[in-house]
Ligand binder design. Structure first.
Ligand SMILES: O=P(O)(O)O[C@H]1O[C@H](CO)[C@@H](O)[C@H]1O
Ligand SMILES: O=c1cc[nH]c(=O)[nH]1
Length: 245
């Protein structure tokens, strides 16, 4: 663990080779660094790559004329905790939009639907560092959420807004998800709680948007083509949100 003060003017961090100014104020954050590459190459113009440390690829380009970056975060609260902290505190990033996959735990959610995480529950102890005298309620930025919701509605894409679970556990022998489902939680992913905590502590903005890639309720999974289309809808919503805010 380390305190964040940086003792010199060299802008690269242990995990990010970018210099100040290389990264846009708005960054899209998929867990998978190769998805960051695909997003940059598919949707952005005039791209430059600012990071390949640990193969955690990061790119900056433009979308509809606005400077936007995209960078992988890795999996789990610990990993996104590091990358988002550096983006916020060392590179001045103000809007962090996670674009991920998730598993639904609500019976009526269909594969390929978009879920926007109004709140993120967790089984992680990430918030322990803040020494809070209670339980952190980790929430999305309202303006980002409102803009994304309006965009999805305008485009006619199926979407849901609600609570999700950011879990430290991908493989489990016990069906804890059923307890979360009883609390109205829509789906499970692994990073948004830490992201929402980091932005709350820093006074900047975040939103998690997800494509439902599989159902934990009935074991269904998107096939490759449907997965691609679903991710396309999510990316259009995220990029349009980046332009409109
Ligand atoms: O598709 P990404 O963004 O990686 O998100 C989900 O997929 C990974 C697990 O397969 C976890 O990172 C989870 O949050
Ligand atoms: O974290 C995740 C992501 C997709 N599907 C899951 O079941 N969990």
């Amino acid at each position: 663990m380390r305190h964040e003060k940086r003792g010199n003017l060299k802008m690269a961090t242990p995990h990010n080779a970018a210099n100040m100014g290389d990264i846009a104020e708005t960054v899209l954050l998929p867990g998978d660094p190769l998805r960051a590459k695909v997003i940059a190459e598919t949707y952005l113009e005039d791209i430059t790559q600012f990071n390949s440390v640990r193969n955690m690829f990061g790119y900056t380009g433009t979308y509809k004329g606005k400077k936007v970056s995209v960078m992988g975060t890795g999996m789990g609260c610990a990993s996104i905790g590091i990358y988002s902290h550096e983006l916020i505190h060392f590179y001045g990033v103000k809007n962090l939009i996670r674009v991920g996959s998730c598993g639904s735990i609500a019976k009526d959610i269909k594969l390929g639907e978009i879920i926007m995480a109004q709140g993120a529950c967790t089984d992680s102890n990430y918030a322990h560092q803040y020494q809070l005298p209670g339980t952190m309620c980790a929430i999305a930025d309202y303006e980002l959420l409102k803009t994304a919701q309006e965009t999805a509605a305008e485009f006619g894409y199926p979407y849901r807004v609600g609570n999700i679970l950011s879990s430290d556990i991908f493989y489990t022998e016990t069906p804890e998800w059923q307890q979360w489902a009883k609390m109205g939680v829509l789906s499970i992913e692994m990073e948004s709680f830490a992201l929402y905590c980091n932005v709350a502590r820093a006074g900047v903005k975040a939103l998690g948007i997800f494509t439902v890639s599989d159902s934990i309720v009935n074991g269904e999974e998107l096939d490759a083509e449907a997965r691609q289309n679903g991710f396309t809808n999510m990316m259009q919503v995220a990029l349009e949100t980046a332009v409109r805010i």
